[in-house]
Write a protein that binds this ligand. Sequence first.
Ligand code: NAG
Length: 383
Amino acid sequence: MAARAALLILLAVLLFSGVVRGNAAGSCSSMSFPSNRVYAACSDLPRLSSSLHWTYEGGKGFGSLSFAFVAPPPSQSGWVSWAINPSGGGMIGCQALIAFRQPDGAMGVKTYNVTGYGPVSEGPIAYETSDLAAEFTGGAMRMFGKMKLPEGTTVVKQVWQVGAEVVDGVPQKHDFKPENLESMGTVDLLSGGISGAGSSASRNKNTHGILCAVSWGVLLPLGQIFARYLKTFKSADPAWFYLHISCQTLGYVIGVAGWATGLVLGNKSKGIVHTNHRNIGITLFTFCTLQVFALFLRPNKDHKYRLYWNIYHHSIGYSVIILSIVNIFKGMDILAVEQKWRTGYIVAICILGGVALILEIITWTIVLKRKSGKPKERPTFHV
Ligand SMILES: *[C@@H]1O[C@H](CO)[C@@H](O)[C@H](O)[C@H]1NC(C)=O
């Protein structure tokens, strides 16, 4: 049993290190700007190896966005573009900024009100812009600027693009590869949340949410129900123990994988820290790891310290359940999940809670019956 548990811990650690290593190449973590360009938040965009860095402040009458957009153009004489589309989600209607080497040889940024799929023409856009600048270093173009957004703006539809050619100061059409067609989505300027078709960020978030809900939210409480209620039945001994330990180890492994994806998400959105959610997550991981190690230190059933071990094991176990539920709700708030997921999870814990309640009643009935039948025997149901 000990060897199997050790193997599972090893597996969890390997899974964890794999997920973390996969993140190291992300441009948010490696990007550095000159000291006069400091941004509070950053998100790696899910397509075209690009990233958006920004500081957003609500102001009187408008929101003030200061940003940098970084992307590698397909060629030395190419262009990169970042846009907000207040109307639809695609190219038409984009209030675009395009950076490229201007006819005079210097890097520059121009604004475009994109009204069709034909050639773009420079012109005013719906938002007041200032301090536009661009540079081309290390194979990537960086576009900087400031923009005034309507008061109360938090989530905007963003579109970004790269192209290989500029002719006579006019950026030419981009490729039509999936990467180029899928480079759009929303960005929440306050929370840093990025969404988009098949975006890796939203995939990671879904992965994190599902892994955590299944492990912390379902498997661990289920395993606790097995331990608490099956124990009452003599015939279920030692089956309850194996059910309990299988649920908990499986929950632990999946939970650690979910926890690791959470750390990756945290790394990817620099400057946006969900302190409570993160701290509860770290506490949960610590508690559960303690539980696994406590297994090896478990005194024999009739050892005089077994009672203290039980108290310890149970109080950590119940704390984990409570903290998990709290953190899953916090997580759903952060990801702003649709109401149906919230409802689904509430239904799931109500079912688990209901089952536990019924079993609690049955258990006490059995225990009390046993007690009145054979007054000398201690009930099997105790801590
Ligand atoms: C952009 O073009 C559309 C369509 O021609 C027009 O309605 C809109 O006023 C233009 N926006 C700006 C800021 O010029």
